[in-house]
Design a protein around this ligand. Structure first.
Ligand SMILES: [Zn+2]
Length: 510
């Protein structure tokens, strides 16, 4: 007797997640269906299709699609499910497949707990009624889920199955975010690069040049097989403008949860739509921050300023949006000639038409900043304070990196062991030459990646050793940077040139 090939379909629904009902878990569904196959001599297991990582009322179900595809290709004779509602609660889908397509493809559907069986013709009416009940239930439950999710969001519980880059979902509490040390270092770097004056585009280039895994690749490597990602070759998933932009704008990094930015149209129309910002649900201090409020707010301020600059993707010069015309109050714009750079009033009708040389202004401001520092700073106190803060930070940072290093060293020795096993398996003939070569390449690539990353961590650790800052080496500043200007200066007002002299007024940020 030829046995019927069975495809089992497993699904975790939102209501299961809310209820935290273990009996509905994927593991239990699987056990129930495998037991059923074992007890039926006419059935043999062929493949498993499991949609477990999905949220939102019935979002796209990749494994469901694969199951349907295999049925159409004739690879499956029986679709086995816990119940008809596990397969779908949507009347149209039930009608389309259970009552039509499956017949056409000669596929039988069995629902174990509700005794659905398309091989039994008298079952059709029952199936249709079940379908109607399910659909009614879906509509009802959809509203309940929406309000339950909303309540969870309001109380600051994290409800998405995927943590934002830089965080992980706590293994002890599904609704809590904890810091992912490795990725959080990258997040910190992105914020600091932006403050240093780099634009989105330069940051993207920097991250890709440094071979830092993009958030999607990182997610993929750490075991999250998102459909979108796995279809593309791993190497191609690079950092892009959107990824950097999203990170710099996300309040999650200062410890706030912002949820409910998007929603589905209805329980039947799963199109995702954006919500108005006023409807977003923000709960402060739900988890550990990666970025301080001070840095985050500065970055937001910079983003607002820079979006007004047309060339927002290039490196911002130190005086960008800081220099204004003393006559008309309009901004002084940078202008390049073959020899020098200049700043000039952007207003074509202004009388203050004489440009000022960039390097001249720079030197002048630098002198003033240094004079100010010389006059007001208590070097002894500042040195002590700076070193105290710095060493605190360094110690913490070193600890994080050492921790990561240990993790990666363990990973390395595990991979080396796998490699050894592969050689062993080849000599004993357990695997063939093709399999051997494939595994060999795979492991060698992993080993290379890990070693590269370990080197990188070592560099970072060396750079980060105990350091004493000697203020005399820093002050006076020998170059004006964007950070210095941002810190000290609110605006610079350049007056009209009268008889070879002009007034320059500095409004300090003190
Ligand atoms: Zn002007």
């Amino acid at each position: 007797m030829t046995k019927l090939r069975v495809g089992i379909y497993l699904r975790l629904s939102n209501e299961d997640k809310l209820k935290n009902d273990e009996s509905e878990s994927i593991k239990n569904q699987r056990k129930m269906l495998m037991d059923y196959i074992d007890k039926n001599d006419s059935l043999v297991f062929k493949d498993e299709y499991s949609d477990e990582n999905l949220s939102g009322a019935g979002t796209y179900r990749p494994e469901f699609e694969r199951l349907i595809g295999d049925c159409e290709k004739g690879l499956i004779d029986v679709v086995l499910c816990k119940s008809q509602s596990r397969f779908s609660r949507d009347m149209e889908i039930v009608e389309k497949y259970l009552n039509n397509k499956f017949k056409e493809w000669n596929v039988r559907f069995i629902g174990v707990s509700d005794n659905t069986d398309t091989a039994n013709n008298g079952n059709k009416k029952a199936r249709q009624i079940t379908g109607l009940v399910n659909e009614w239930f879906l509509e009802d439950v959809s509203e309940n889920i929406r309000s339950a999710f909303k309540a969870k969001m309001n109380s600051g519980e994290f409800i998405s199955p995927f943590a934002p880059y830089g965080y992980m979902i706590s293994s002890s509490d599904n609704n809590k975010l904890i810091v992912d040390e490795e990725a959080s270092l990258v997040v910190k770097r992105i914020f600091h690069l932006y403050l240093k004056g780099l634009g989105y585009k330069e940051i993207v280039k920097y991250l890709n040049d440094q071979n830092i895994d993009s958030p999607s690749l990182y997610k993929y490597k750490h075991g999250c097989r998102l459909n979108v990602v796995s279809q593309r070759p791993r190497e191609l998933i690079k950092w892009n403008l959107n990824a950097v932009k999203t990170i710099l704008n996300n309040e999650v990094y200062i410890g706030n949860l912002v949820q409910g930015k998007r929603t589905t149209v209805s329980y039947k129309n799963h199109k995702i739509v954006k919500r108005d910002k006023k409807d977003w649900i923000t709960v402060p201090n739900t988890h550990k921050a990666i970025i301080t409020n001070k840095v985050f707010n500065k970055v937001q301020e910079e983003i607002r300023t820079r979006t007004r600059v047309s060339s927002k993707n290039t490196i911002v010069h130190p005086f960008s949006h800081k220099v204004y015309c003393g006559l008309c109050n309009k901004s002084m714009r940078k202008k390049n000639s073959s020899k020098h750079q200049y700043l000039v009033c952007e207003n074509p009708n202004c009388r203050n038409r004489h440009s000022i040389r960039y390097d001249v202004l720079e030197e002048l401001i630098l002198g003033n900043v240094n004079e100010l520092c010389e006059r007001y700073c208590d070097k002894y106190f500042i040195t002590k304070e700076v070193n105290r803060q710095l060493n605190g930070q360094n110690k913490k940072h070193s600890k994080d990196i050492t921790h990561l290093k240990e993790q990666y060293e363990r990973k390395l020795s595990a991979t080396l062991k796998c490699l050894k096993d592969v050689y062993y398996d080849r000599t004993t003939g357990l695997i063939n030459e093709d399999q051997f070569q494939m595994l060999l390449n795979e492991y060698n690539k992993d080993i290379d990646d890990i070693k590269k990353y370990l080197n990188h961590l070592n560099d970072e650790l060396n750079l980060n050793g105990e350091k004493e800052i000697v203020l005399d080496n820093i002050l006076p500043f020998n170059k004006l940077t964007r950070v210095i200007v941002q810190e000290f200066i609110q605006k610079i007002i350049v007056g009209e040139l009268i008889q070879d002299s002009r007034k320059i007024f500095i409004k300090w940020n003190l």
